[in-house]
Design a binder for this molecule. Sequence first.
Ligand SMILES: CC(C)(COP(=O)(O)OP(=O)(O)OC[C@H]1O[C@@H](n2cnc3c(N)ncnc32)[C@H](O)[C@@H]1OP(=O)(O)O)[C@@H](O)C(=O)NCCC(=O)NCCS
Length: 304
Amino acid sequence: MGADTDDLDRALLFFDVPDDDLAALRYADEQARLDASLAAWVAGTAAELRAAMGEPSPPPSLAPRPATDPDVAAYLPVLALAAALPDTLAWSRSRGIPADVEAASMRDVGRMLRRNRQWEGEPGLGDELARWLTRHLTGAIHEIGRLQYERVRLGTWTGTQLAAAGLPVGPADLALSLHIPQTGTPLSPGPVDESFAAARRFFRRRFPDASLTHVVCDSWLLDPQLAGYLAADSNLVSFQRRFTLIPPTTDDADSSIRKFVFADTTSPSDALPQRTTLERAVVRHLQQGGAWQVRTGWLDLRRA
Ligand SMILES: CC(C)(COP(=O)(O)OP(=O)(O)OC[C@H]1O[C@@H](n2cnc3c(N)ncnc32)[C@H](O)[C@@H]1OP(=O)(O)O)[C@@H](O)C(=O)NCCC(=O)NCCS
């Protein structure tokens, strides 16, 4: 079943859905009530999220959306997230997760609806951003102050590299994957320190059974080449210094940095804006034949 109207209203508030999306979302909800295949997709997706409640990532994958009006299909994931929300909130209360952490975590849905318009030029949620948000509804990710923490299994590459670095962990172990939400505020060291301190307390109290002491971060932000362009005391370079890097894999990282800096992966580099030091650095590096990297780093939350 999808959310009833009151639950949907409540979810839209929790998710901080932008005003621009409200009418189209309500229309999609009406259509999902009239069409059995849409209702089944929403109910089935919500049921999968409930079944994975409290599990670390990866969350369940989303079934392909039913063929329908694209304006309706675009919002079906939000309806499924809304239908699962009461169960997420109940689970969260049962773990003693503070209401402000839960509320902050859920506001990422609205942020992703804004990002979808920015990145894809489309309303609603594409598959990439819809999949990202399933983590929030299964309770795998929490926003604590400035940063988001996702309970994950390390997996083969990172687990093996951390073990090789002498850490007492391996591929099957749990860790916290760190994310930096685009909040419109800088990544100043103070809020990062505060977030780490709060996360230490949060995971020790709320997930005492799991030994969540290591933080890993996969990001364009950790590309050490950035330090060649940005000031040593910039927020980005200061943030990098907190991490120990593991060897890179061979992702197409130009597209990652271009998404997060320009929301544009296709324009020729000389057409990209050049307003900030970072924008100028990204373009200069590409024009000099360089390539950007997504790098993985780790830190020990007990010493961060
Ligand atoms: C992470 C983030 C908050 C850092 O911003 P910050 O705290 O301003 O970083 P710094 O102070 O070190 O910035 C150094 C320079 O780069 C610029 N800059 C930083 N991030 C930028 C961005 N995303 N786009 C354009 N310019 C950016 C700053 O304006 C500054 O340039 P200036 O001195 O000419 O003004 C910002 O990049 C951001 O919001 N990113 C989106 C979220 C993201 O990328 N998350 C990681 C996903 S893997």
